[in-house]
Design a protein around this ligand. Structure first.
Ligand SMILES: *[C@@H]1O[C@H](CO)[C@@H](O)[C@H](O)[C@H]1NC(C)=O
Ligand SMILES: *[C@@H]1O[C@H](CO)[C@@H](O)[C@H](O)[C@H]1NC(C)=O
Ligand SMILES: *[C@@H]1O[C@H](CO)[C@@H](O)[C@H](O)[C@H]1NC(C)=O
Ligand SMILES: *[C@@H]1O[C@H](CO)[C@@H](O)[C@H](O)[C@H]1NC(C)=O
Length: 371
């Protein structure tokens, strides 16, 4: 009996795992490390680290030894080393390549490279002029694309890292850059407008299928766009469109801000919010074909409330897919300073923990999972 009990206890103990999420701020001076316990379903703030400034977009390099955070207001990027205790040490701050006649941008988004492990890639936009850039993790070496008349706030890698798909929200076009072994960001292979689409907000790719997904901000649509097997865009873009919200939602009530695919490769998540009525966030999960990525149907929906500000700030909220098993996503909101983890259990969305960082009014920007 005792042996059995011990086995049972041990089984429970060994199944629990701790996961760590690093979170930046939109307008603050800290970087946070949160710890999620997937058995207890709790999310707690483990560390509050001093940052070089705000970092609305953050990324690890491929080795995950360094965390990078970027500040659009002065076009800088800071490097932090990650300690074994999850502490962060600021090691230096550099300028991203100047472009569009400025170093002050509205938005900068960064991501680690897939094929070139010593590079961080980014997009920088003034709202009407954008560039893509890369910077070596040492900071010594930078490159940038030509200037693009448009508003690039989002880009995604093809699974093999040979293509970078950038989304221009201004014209709702996809720009497909070829990434060679010695990349120069000058190899623009395709520029294709997505028909009948306005305010395309974010682009992601499927981990194995040759497919792109885009969400639209104001019309709350999920666009499913198949690519050729070489990840090029075929002809004019033909997208299969799915409504994200319930049918009778009044037009213009919600905005959709983010999209992500979790670890099964078969669940796609979207995040939408509305200030009225009552600061409501809506999370919707779709079932994908795990191999081809084709959107099959909507499977679950969950809503929650959180402060969205008094209208003087542009609210942002973002989904961060978890790299570990279990079909989970983290999400962060600004203002409202919330970080939460949601998971799909059967066909319903459950909470795996929530942390409020209300002491920090500039929280929260993007997050990244360490593992
Ligand atoms: C940058 O400045 C140059 C010279 O004043 C001007 O010709 C060019 O159009 C400007 N570029 C942008 C993107 O504003
Ligand atoms: C759209 O979905 C239909 C039905 O699932 C499918 O037959 C068609 O190939 C899809 N079209 C595109 C462009 O993905
Ligand atoms: C999802 O795709 C990745 C490839 O990026 C693969 O490593 C992983 O095993 C896939 N997950 C499942 C559950 O098939
Ligand atoms: C993190 O630390 C800073 C500096 O001490 C403080 O201003 C901020 O409120 C702290 N954040 C939270 C969420 O407690």
């Amino acid at each position: 009996m005792l042996a059995l009990l011990l086995v049972a206890l041990f089984a429970k103990w060994s199944a629990a795992a701790l996961h760590h999420l690093f979170v930046g701020t939109v307008d603050g001076g800290s970087l946070y490390v949160l710890e999620m316990d997937d058995m207890e379903r709790t999310l707690t703030v483990l560390r509050n680290e001093t940052a070089a400034g705000a970092s609305p977009s953050i990324a690890f390099d491929r080795s995950k030894l360094f965390l990078f955070g970027t500040r659009p207001s002065d076009g800088t990027i800071s490097r932090y080393s990650v300690g074994p205790d999850f502490s962060l040490k600021h090691e230096g701050t550099g300028q991203i390549p100047e472009s569009c006649n400025t170093t002050a941008f509205k938005s900068i988004k960064i991501s680690s490279a897939i094929r070139n492990p010593n590079l961080i890639y980014g997009s920088a936009t003034t709202g009407t002029c954008s560039t893509l850039f890369s910077i070596s993790i040492t900071g010594y070496y930078t490159q940038r694309s030509n200037e693009i008349a448009g508003d690039i706030r989002s880009f995604a890698w093809s699974p093999d890292g040979r293509h970078l798909h950038a989304l221009d929200s201004e014209s709702s076009s996809l720009l497909n850059f070829g990434i060679a072994d010695e990349p120069d960001l000058k190899d623009l292979l395709d520029t294709k407008a997505i028909k009948d689409t306005k305010a395309a907000r974010q682009v992601i790719t499927h981990p194995v299928g040759h497919r792109i997904y885009v969400v639209t901000r104001d019309t709350n649509e999920l666009l499913d766009i198949p690519l050729l097997n070489n990840d090029r865009i075929d002809g004019p873009i033909a997208a299969n469109r799915s409504a994200i919200l319930v049918k009778d939602t009044p037009a213009g009530q919600y905005v959709t801000t983010s999209v992500a695919i979790s670890s099964s490769n078969a669940t796609l998540w979207t995040l939408s919010h509305t200030a009225s009525p009552e600061n409501t966030f809506m999370v919707t999960a779709f079932l994908l074909d795990a191999k081809t990525g084709a959107v099959q149907r909507r499977i679950a929906r969950a809503s929650f409330r959180n402060y969205l500000g008094d209208g003087t700030q542009q609210p942002t909220s973002v989904l961060i897919p978890a790299p570990f098993d279990g079909d989970m996503v983290a999400l962060t909101t600004f203002p409202g300073a919330m970080v939460a983890v949601l998971g799909l259990v059967g066909e319903s969305i459950k909470s795996f923990g929530r942390a409020m960082l209300a002491q920090d009014e500039g929280c929260c920007g993007e997050g990244v999972w360490l593992k």
